[in-house]
Design a protein around this ligand. Structure first.
Ligand SMILES: Cc1cc2nc3c(=O)[nH]c(=O)nc-3n(C[C@H](O)[C@H](O)[C@H](O)COP(=O)(O)OP(=O)(O)OC[C@H]3O[C@@H](n4cnc5c(N)ncnc54)[C@H](O)[C@@H]3O)c2cc1C
Length: 439
């Protein structure tokens, strides 16, 4: 489904409750009360559709990209929170007070029993869910603990709001609206079942084995996996996988890594992993033969369908991983387009797979510009950072205006690179970027 159709589908789902409320034929209430109800309806719809925007569905993140999917997820979570927080305060109608001129209680808010408790609980829990996600990096919990709490918390809030809507919601008394909520809640539950049960079951039938682990640079490991009893993975160069090594496929301990090998290289897949935390720091000790599982392929950092006359790759640190895959594929396909690879690191010891860089230079005649901020005395490459001045110096020539720019690296470098390229006249559609952050 094209990205545009996905956006239309999203808007239809989120605004469907408003449309159903408008069609319900109930007598109108004061404007503030209708706004209060509308805020609650849209907030609940956004919350339920958030389950599909977790980044684990290829049909979505494969179209618009993982970065965009996650930015959407965060922005919409904040929007749902804002709407949910104002929802109870906008009401002007009296609560639970029978009015003599309103025997059917159209002008009274029914807010008692389960409707009250569930609404109050959801109101208290939703801000915690959002705030704990924003502050996740500063919390003393493992990523996996946060991930479990986030999924279960979101599910609990969805359940509470569902009961609240059916018990206390005026428009949610209508069978069509009830059907919509039940359908969206079922979709949310199914999305979790898909990610945590169906996908792992599928992975069990396609296990992998660690074929090699070797040091690729300072605190960076090259991990090669071989398919165990199957033909391997169908993927496009530049995509990434959630990698699980040595655990059951149902484990929450799986981390995203770009596939550094090209599909044309054969059925083995290779990753370049920089030590960062509890999982990546133990990779050096992983034994050959250890069982592994992949949830893949994901991501849209691919050259498929790109017809630009030349391609520039800008990589910072381990952001070189997908570049190896993309350049490897161009070599295999004998793609004649000119390519430039700008690769920035702090020290020479951090340069990964020097022999592979030499191979790319030799076979594809890729112009390789190495930049070090702390070079050794005998360094003959560029010195400094992969910053705005360097990008301007390298790519200001008008011949690069129609090229494709592929960026991958630390967030700060990516932002500077993207902004600078746009300032020198590169169209945003000619910039492909992937951040190594899944939140
Ligand atoms: C699309 C994508 C591609 C990536 N490709 C590479 C690559 O090729 N090479 C490389 O070295 N790194 C890559 N990363 C980063 C890599 O995923 C993290 O460095 C790694 O997961 C850290 O795990 P840890 O347990 O060692 O560290 P921790 O200390 O547990 O986590 C450090 C940070 O890594 C992130 N992280 C940890 N676990 C997960 C998880 N299960 N899912 C998502 N994010 C998590 C969180 O932001 C966390 O704050 C990529 C990230 C993304 C999103």
């Amino acid at each position: 489904m094209p990205a545009f159709a996905l956006i239309v589908l999203y808007l239809c789902l989120v605004f469907a409750p408003l449309v159903l409320a408008g069609l319900s034929g109930r007598p109108p209430r004061p404007l503030m009360d209708e706004l209060a109800a509308g805020a609650g309806l849209v907030a609940f719809a956004i919350l339920l559709v958030e389950f599909l925007l977790s980044g684990r569905f290829r049909a979505i993140s494969g179209r618009v990209g993982m970065d965009v999917t996650m930015r959407f997820h965060q922005l919409l979570a904040r929007s749902a929170l804002a709407l949910a927080l104002i929802h109870p305060f906008l009401y002007t109608l009296p609560f639970n007070r029978p009015l003599p001129y309103d025997p059917t209680r159209q002008l009274t808010l029914t807010f008692e029993g389960e409707g009250l408790v569930t609404g109050v609980l959801a109101f208290a829990l939703l801000p915690s869910l959002v705030v704990l996600s924003i502050a996740r990096d500063k919390l003393p919990y493992r990523y996996e603990t946060w991930r479990l709490a986030h999924g279960l918390g979101a599910l609990a809030i969805a359940g509470l709001v569902y009961v609240h809507a059916l018990e206390a919601g005026r428009y949610s008394q209508d069978p069509l609206m009830q059907g919509l909520w039940t359908g969206l809640v079922a979709l949310a539950v199914l999305s979790l079942v898909f990610v945590y049960a169906i996908k792992p079951l599928a992975q069990m039938r396609h296990p992998w084995r660690v074929a090699a682990v070797r040091s690729a640079a300072t605190r960076t490991w090259e991990v090669t996996l071989a398919p165990d009893g199957h033909d391997g993975l169908t993927y496009r160069a530049g995509q990434f996988a959630w990698l699980n090594i040595g655990r059951t496929p149902f484990s929450l301990a799986e981390n995203p890594f770009s596939i550094a090998s090209a599909p044309a290289d054969g059925p083995e897949v290779r990753f370049l992993v920089k030590e960062l935390g509890d999982f990546t720091s133990t990779l050096g000790a992983v034994e050959v033969g250890t069982r592994a599982y992949l949830d893949a392929p994901h991501g849209h950092l691919t050259l498929e369908g790109r017809r630009e006359p030349g391609i520039a790759f800008l990589a910072g640190g381990v952001g070189i991983a997908p570049m190896f895959a993309l350049l490897g594929q161009l070599i295999r396909e004998e793609d004649p387009r000119p390519t430039v690879l700008v690769y920035g690191n702090r020290t020479a010891a951090q340069i990964a797979c020097g022999e592979e860089l030499a191979r790319i230079r030799r076979l594809h005649r890729t112009e390789i510009v190495q930049v070090l901020s702390e070079p050794p005395p005998d360094w003959d490459g560029e010195v400094g950072l992969l910053d705005a001045a360097r990008i301007r110096a390298l790519f200001s020539d008008p011949k690069y205006r129609d090229w494709l720019f592929v960026l991958c690296g630390p967030p700060a470098m990516m932002e500077i690179a993207e902004d600078t390229l746009i300032q020198i006249g590169v169209a945003p559609r000619q910039i492909l970027a992937e951040r190594f952050r899944y939140d």
